[in-house]
Write a protein that binds this ligand. Structure first.
Ligand SMILES: [Zn+2]
Ligand SMILES: [Zn+2]
Length: 262
């Protein structure tokens, strides 16, 4: 049976140096539950080590986690990459890591990059600065992601920095993104009138949370799916088999366009 599921597919943890130290797995899961989120994407910059901890805790709350990363490509464009399971995330994560410049983090400047387990024990610190571009193009990151059965979604495309449209001005013909993420500042209608190049793409919006309060967003992405899995999200983004995706204002709270409103 298909049902509506509220998603936030772009959340950072304490592994991202720019995220607040309050972004531990427990607090993230609690904030997701408080905001009615059923599907959570954990997407640290060029890294994945905290996904298992969040996924384990979220499962206890009935929240599914899409294992992911926010990769910064050679073009300084941010893309969300999601994988069917933790094993495939780990494989691609290590490949991405091999292409990250070996520049040491300076925690006093950029912030700590903390790796934790589900009990929030500190397992260690990532020493390589994660806030750099990997030595891979957009197309290469897309190919690596696809080979692992993953989803490829350029992030916050309407933002003035680290975005597809700001850096390249277009969606390059070689890219076939599963969707494009727009920031929470604009409606899909506004963004399409500002950037006609986005017409025809499935859109999602996410919090890009770096602090807990960010998870309460003005708009949210809702998927109409049979289960909170990557395979179902793929169908919804493609509009296949009755699955769909909509961006809903939090004032409306839930999607209205189908029978059986939640
Ligand atoms: Zn970003
Ligand atoms: Zn982000």
């Amino acid at each position: 049976m298909l049902r509506w599921l509220k998603a936030d597919l772009h959340v950072h943890t304490v592994l991202s140096p720019c995220a607040e130290l309050e972004m531990g797995p427990r607090a993230i899961v609690a904030a997701a539950a408080a905001n009615g989120i059923g599907l959570l994407g954990i997407t640290d910059h060029n890294a994945w080590a905290n996904v298992p901890a969040v996924a384990a805790l979220a499962a206890r709350e009935g929240i599914a986690v899409l294992p992911g990363m926010e990769v910064q490509t050679r073009e300084e464009v941010h893309v969300l990459c999601f994988f069917p399971d933790l094993a495939s995330l780990a494989v691609v994560g290590e490949e991405i890591r091999r292409h990250l410049p070996r520049i040491e983090n300076r925690p006093e400047v950029f912030g700590d990059q903390v790796i934790v387990d589900a009990e929030e024990n500190i397992l260690g610190f990532e020493n390589t600065l994660l806030l750099n571009s990997v030595e891979l193009t957009l197309e290469e990151v897309q190919d690596i992601t696809r080979r692992a059965g993953g989803l490829f979604i350029p992030a916050h495309v309407d933002r003035p920095a680290f975005s597809l449209l700001a850096n390249l001005g277009v969606v390059p013909p070689a890219l076939e993104p599963d969707a494009l993420e727009i920031s929470g500042r604009v409606t899909p209608e506004e963004v399409k009138s500002l950037f006609p190049a986005l017409t025809g793409y499935s859109l999602i919006t996410s919090s890009d949370a770096h602090r807990l309060s960010d998870l309460a967003t003005p708009r949210a992405t809702w998927f109409y799916v049979a289960a909170p899995t990557l395979a179902e999200v793929v169908l919804a983004l493609a509009g296949l088999e009755g699955r769909k995706v909509v961006i809903v204002s939090s004032l409306e709270n839930k999607p209205h366009d189908l029978p059986g409103r939640l």
